[in-house]
Design a protein around this ligand. Structure first.
Ligand code: PLP
Length: 368
């Protein structure tokens, strides 16, 4: 019995991930970024979609530069991409240097202290070690401050131990094409690079690639756009959709006028209604903030989410869908309902929608 049971037969919700679309999106970004290479940012388990599947798909498409946030994430994928540059954005934690050296992982150095620690290891090893220097041009999270940059520019000997792969910075508001901060950061970055030894530069994230040719650098670092998030909000999405999420309808019931639905009784019927209960909840990353605000699709037509999202269940108003019955599947994310649409209903962004996608889903990976 069990060996003939389809995995879908047990699934409350099914997450389809189109690896071919991710590869196409990478190729489309590379075509747009004429001045240099295009990396794949695969931090947070490739934005929740599964680094062990996404990383080889990007590699097969031609990607040879990868970024994670943490060393652990890099170690987990190192063997999948033995000859690619693999860099860690969050910097060099004391005590982890040997692991970077052993697995040929490149630290993104965000302070003088990190540069000096890496240079010290290089002299112990007796060879130059690859590093990326991160300059803060306005984000005020990580990267050398202007004061630290001035110290580094005045005494560049500390860079001699490094094989300086890239100098990088990160844009604050690239998704707002006419935000003057973009130009301010571009100028600050160019000026800062001019005070350091010549090295390839890396500035643009997904949206930065769409700011224009003047934003060219030797390496772009897209994440979101690879996974189908719109890098040009307010304009049509140039990327292919990557994710489809469907949830099973477990029950359909009639609710009379005045009756309420869900915890806290936050929704009540103002006309005789049909309520469909689907197998997705906030434990699956279906944010509770979508209570009384979210939407699902059935046969391409919307059903409003009514009542509170609970841990394992969400309820939808199926009054306009007389044919809907238990065992049907509702589309939660797909071509007609993008991660950005879901984010708008949840009061967040597409990045948080994807990185929240739960572990209980039946995951199906589609190849090109
Ligand atoms: C996450 C991240 C990126 C990727 O940004 P997207 O907006 O997802 O394209 C690039 N660079 C740095 C430093 C990041 O933290």
């Amino acid at each position: 019995m069990t060996e003939t049971t389809l995995p879908e037969a047990q699934a409350g919700a099914v997450l389809d991930i189109d690896l071919g679309a991710i590869a196409d999106n990478w190729r489309a970004l590379r075509a747009r970024h004429a001045t240099g290479a295009v990396a794949g940012v695969v931090k947070a388990n490739a934005y929740g979609l599964g680094a062990e599947k996404v990383v080889p798909a990007l590699y097969r498409a031609g990607c040879r530069h990868f970024f994670t946030a943490l060393l652990d994430e890099a170690l987990a994928i190192r063997d999948l991409i033995p000859d690619a540059m693999l860099a860690v954005l969050n910097g060099l934690f004391p005590g982890t240097e040997a692991a970077y050296v052993a697995r040929d992982i490149v630290p993104v150095l965000g302070s003088l202290a990190e540069i000096d620690a890496w240079a010290a290891i290089a002299s112990t090893c007796g060879r130059r070690l690859p590093g990326i220097v991160h300059l803060d041009t306005g984000m005020a999270r990580l990267g050398l401050s202007d004061a630290e940059l001035a110290v580094l520019a005045a005494d560049q000997t500390r860079l001699r131990a490094l094989d300086l792969r890239f100098v990088m910075s990160h844009l604050v508001a690239a998704e707002e094409a006419d935000n003057p901060l973009n130009e301010t950061q571009r100028r600050r970055f160019a000026l800062a690079c001019g005070s350091l030894p010549p090295a390839p530069r890396s500035l643009a994230n997904s949206s930065g690639i769409f700011l224009g040719a003047g934003w060219g650098s030797e390496l772009a670092r897209p994440g979101a756009a690879l996974y189908g998030i719109n890098p040009t909000p307010g304009r049509p999405n140039p990327m292919r959709p990557v994710v489809r999420l469907r949830a099973r309808v477990l029950a359909v019931r009639d609710v009379a006028v005045g009756e309420t639905v869900g915890y806290g009784a936050t929704w009540h019927a103002t006309r005789p209604s049909r309520i469909a209960t689907a197998a997705v909840g906030y434990a699956d990353g279906w944010h509770r903030s979508q209570s009384n605000r979210g939407t699902a699709l059935f046969d391409g037509r919307p059903l409003p989410l009514v009542g509170r999202v609970s841990m394992d269940l969400a309820t939808f108003n199926a009054s306009d869908h007389p044919a809907l019955c238990p065992g049907d599947w509702l589309d939660l994310i797909g071509p007609g309902r993008t991660p950005d649409d879901v984010a708008a209903a949840a009061g967040t962004n597409g990045y948080e929608v994807l990185t929240s996608l739960g572990r209980r889903f039946q995951r199906i990976y589609r190849c090109a």
